[in-house]
Write a protein of this length. Structure first.
Length: 246
């Protein structure tokens, strides 16, 4: 069964827009996580960015304590965040590239360029009982490097697929890259997740990609929640995801 990890970052984005620096504020990302779980989500994903633009340290500790599914902590491969991850002990970390100027995570991790330090981080996490995923573009070299790092998972970056979705020719080409990438990763023993830019419209086309275990979806769910509520938005996505056959 294809699992859904609900990314609750943008609930915190809304809170920070009004209550930055305060101990209180709404909406509460922890409440969003609990509602998502009650609606059937298989896990909760949150990104503790170095600039703390949405999720705060206290959110991550509270999520770890309060949720009953799995916590997937998205993080940069940076010493400060690594130290926090080792304290929080999420079930899994997904290492992502981070640039301060970006609106959201743009592009995949350059695993080739940082193979040594990613291997060291992977070892630290695994020694603490935390699984490791690497957020990468469906690129042959990056997939091979992810296997050498010893990561348990890769998360295929679906941002490009989502961006070119309305152009049939470009969509086909990007889907092929994702299909080939998933097959390559699976053959190397990597488990495969995917995420970024997914929504109710583009989801079913992604089902051509084999070996997917979990999708991490945030922006679209929080956007839908404005009109139909988080519980219904999560249930709607889960209903669509039931059609996936690897
Ligand atoms: N996966 C990763 C690694 C991400 O960085 C993000 C964005 O925070 C997502 C999934 C979710 O993307 P979106 O918010 O577009 O659904």
């Amino acid at each position: 069964m294809l699992k859904l990890g609900v990314n609750i970052d943008h609930v915190a984005t809304l809170r920070e827009a009004r209550y930055r620096g305060r101990a209180h504020g709404e909406p509460c990302p922890i409440e969003a996580a609990l509602v998502s779980e009650a609606a059937g989500a298989h896990g909760i994903t949150a990104h503790l960015r170095e600039d703390r633009r949405h999720i705060q340290d206290k959110d991550i500790f509270a999520l770890r304590e309060k949720i009953s599914t799995r916590l997937n902590l998205e993080m940069a491969n940076a010493p400060e965040i690594i130290a926090i991850a080792l304290k929080v002990k999420p079930h899994i970390v997904c290492i992502v590239p981070e640039r301060r100027q970006e609106v959201t995570t743009e592009g995949g991790l350059d695993v080739l360029a940082a193979e040594k330090s990613l291997t060291a981080t992977r070892k630290k996490m695994n020694a603490a009982g935390i699984e490791v995923s690497l957020f990468i573009a469906p690129d042959t070299e990056q997939i091979a490097a992810s296997a050498r790092v010893g990561a348990q998972f890769i998360e295929l970056h679906t941002g490009k697929f989502a961006e070119v979705f309305s152009d049939a020719k470009k969509r086909k080409a990007e889907l092929k890259r994702l299909v080939d990438g998933a097959n390559h990763a699976h053959a190397l023993g990597l488990r495969v997740n995917a995420g970024h830019g997914l929504n109710c419209n583009n989801l079913s086309a992604l089902f051509a990609v084999p070996h997917l275990e979990e999708l991490n979806i945030g922006h679209s769910l929080v956007s839908r929640a404005v009109f139909i509520g988080m519980k219904t938005a999560v249930k709607e996505m889960l209903a669509l995801m039931k059609k996936y056959r690897s």
